[in-house]
Structures are given as C-alpha cells and as structure tokens.
Design a protein around this ligand. Structure first.
Ligand code: SF4
Length: 368
C-alpha cells in the first residue's frame, strides 16, 4: 500500500533543519514538503523557505481561503469571526489556516508526518487527530508518538511484545530485555520509565519491535515493508540544528539573531524566538518591542487589528505597550529574566530562553 511521507516547513529553525537532515541522510524517502501560508509571515520566513527550496526542491504552499477578496487568509477569517482576535484560548487561526488545510492536503491516504521536536526538548508535538496521519520525531531518541508508546507498552500486549523481542533482540541482551518487557506498567514503573529502560538497553531493537508491532495495527508506518528510521540512533539538540542550517548554506533565519539594546545603562538583547505570523499572540512582550523597533510597519499593522475592545495581549493594548515608560520596564524585565535563565539553563541561546516560556502550548504547524 502506498504510504505518503510529508514534512511541514513552519518557517522555524527545527523543521528547516529536519528537512535538510532527512534529505541528506535518507535521500530515498520520498517526502512532500509543504508550508501553510497565512499571508502574515515575516519576510525572513519567506526568505528561509525560498532558500530551502534550493536544497529540497519545490515546497507546496497551502493557502486557505483561496479566491477570497481579502488580502490574506487571516483577514478573511478575521472578518468571518467578526473581528474576534485569536488567542491561546481561542486559537482559531491555526485550526482554520493550517490544520484544516493540512488535513485537506493529506486526504485519506496513510501518511507519515515528520516533526522536528528536538532531542533536548521535553514535549510532544500535536499534528493531527486523523488516524491516517502518524507523527514521527527523528531528532529524538524516542521517535514514536505517545499514543504508539502507550499501545506498545500496555500490559495487555506484554506477551506479544515479549515474542517480538525473542525474534529480534540480539541474544546477549535478551534476558535483560525480557525482564523489562515482562514487568507490568504500574504506579512505580510507568510508561515513560519502561520506554526509557528499553531504549537505554538498545534503541534499534526497541524500534524494530515497535515497527513489527505496528504491522498488526492500522498505523501508516505498519504498512511499510521497510522503515529506515528504525535504524536511526541520532539525537539532535539545539546546537546540531544550528550546525545543519549553517553548514547547508541555508542559514539561520535572521529574526533569531540577537540584537543588542541598552536601557538605564544596562545591556540586553532581543530577537524573535519563533516563526509564525508577525502578530502572533504567543510572542512575549519583549518580542512585541522587537517588532515595534525592528519592523515598525508590521507593528503598526498589528495595532490596526485591535478594534472593538479586542487586543493581542490580554488586558493591554499595543498602543499602551509602546509608551516609553512601559518599553523601559519591559526591557529591564527582559534583561533580568534572561540573566536568571541563562544561569540556570543548559542553553544560553536567546531563542531558547525566550522560546521556553509558556509551557509549550504550541504546535508543529506554527513554530517548529
Ligand atoms: S503563528 Fe500564531 S497567530 Fe499565526 S496561526 Fe500560528 S498561533 Fe495563530
């Protein structure tokens, strides 16, 4: 059965690096690359996508609301919603402009969607609830999604998994593997712990067992004769992502580059931490100030959307945000936060410090 392979290019660094990585390491995987175009991206994002096309070939642009008289898909849906701006609680923008288009693009064919969540991140990436779409995370030690892990490690299939280990596992480690496999999931030995124990023992064997188990299910990966990712033991973190982008000649999108600022004699830096629409409500206040100072035209456009009491930031309008005293305060807060986090965090990269903040309420379609 034909299984399709797709990879969404969000305009962020991680999906860009993943596309280059897979193209280089698995040239035989026939991957369709796509980008969901909201019409409201930063020009740096558009530049990144055109550079990527020189490495990958054409990237399909998915654009919602084709034929609408409005200038962008966002304008179209905003008008339809009566000017009600999207927010983290009412994220209609992603649903209408990205997820719905993605699901239309994929249709009902079994599809594997590659997602660039890094090996040094601790989060899951939402892709789709459609059963014919399966997410794979090639940068992580565990390439499988949570639902797959839960199916493979549930107590009801212990005997089946043990049988697969007996067939696949090298004999030198079989006894140890079976000890782990046959220990049931419990409060003390939860899914994550069992998965890590099996991955620590041997990644390839675990992946081959999962692959064979999926053959008994409807998951798209199970419909393949061979899946090269089961052999993959790479774990890629933030530094690897930067290296891939730089070494490929594509480069890191310019909005990630820290720009210095000074306030009250103190030095700080700001940048934009994620791709996505220029007015994205997920950006932090210091990123709004970056937009105001580095892209005043886009800030102005963002302000124009704030009508009828709707604001991008809860409880504060953009016109209040750019009052000089407020800018000063936001910059001082940003310096303090960056200093504290840089001491604590493994990575001192500004994009990571900024990008770390709101409990990963994001999805692959906008920011990875
Ligand atoms: S980038 Fe932000 S505003 Fe744009 S679609 Fe995604 S969540 Fe919505």
């Amino acid at each position: 059965m034909k299984v399709r392979h797709v990879l969404g290019i969000s305009g962020g660094k991680d999906s860009a690096a993943l596309s280059i990585y897979l193209k280089g390491k698995y040239p035989d995987l026939d991957i369709d690359y796509y980008n969901s175009d909201t019409g409201c991206e930063l020009e740096e994002t558009e530049l990144l996508i055109s550079r990527l096309e020189s490495v990958l070939g054409p990237i399909t642009k998915l654009r919602a609301a084709q034929g609408s008289p409005e200038p962008t898909p966002f304008h179209h849906f905003l008008k339809a919603s009566g000017g009600y701006l999207p927010s983290p609680q009412a994220r209609w923008c992603t649903q209408k402009m990205k997820l719905a288009e993605f699901e239309k693009y994929v249709g009902d064919e079994p599809t594997i969607s590659y997602v660039g969540i890094r090996g040094d991140e601790d989060r899951e990436g939402y892709v789709s609830t459609k059963p014919n779409i399966q997410a794979i995370f090639p940068f992580r030690k565990n390439i499988w999604s949570l639902d797959v892990i839960n199916k493979v490690l549930q107590n009801q299939v212990i005997a089946d998994i043990a049988e697969l280990y007996k067939k696949i596992c090298p004999s030198a480690m079989l006894a140890e593997a079976l000890q782990i496999v046959e220990r049931p999931i419990s409060k003390e030995f939860y899914y994550g712990k069992k998965m890590n124990a099996l991955l620590d023992l041997d990644v390839k064997t675990f992946n081959k067992v999962v692959f064979n188990f999926l053959k008994t299910t409807d998951y798209p990966v199970g419909k393949l004769d061979y899946f090269p990712l089961v052999e993959n033991e790479d774990i890629l973190g933030i530094k690897d992502i930067y290296d891939i982008l730089e070494n490929s000649g594509v480069g890191v999108p310019a909005y990630y580059k820290p720009i210095p600022f000074e306030v009250d004699g103190k030095q700080g830096t700001y940048c934009r931490s994620r791709s996505g629409c220029y007015f994205c409500f997920f950006q932090q206040k210091i990123e709004w100030i970056w937009l105001y100072e580095q892209h005043p035209d886009l800030f102005q456009k963002s302000m124009e959307f704030e009508k009828g009491g709707y604001t991008w930031i809860q409880g504060e309008s953009l016109s209040d945000l750019i009052k000089p005293e407020r800018i000063r305060q936001i910059k001082l807060d940003a310096i303090k936060k960056q200093e504290a986090k840089a001491k604590k965090e493994r990575s001192s990269l500004l994009v990571d410090i900024l990008g770390d903040d709101d409990n990963d309420a994001f999805c692959a379609n906008c920011f990875i």
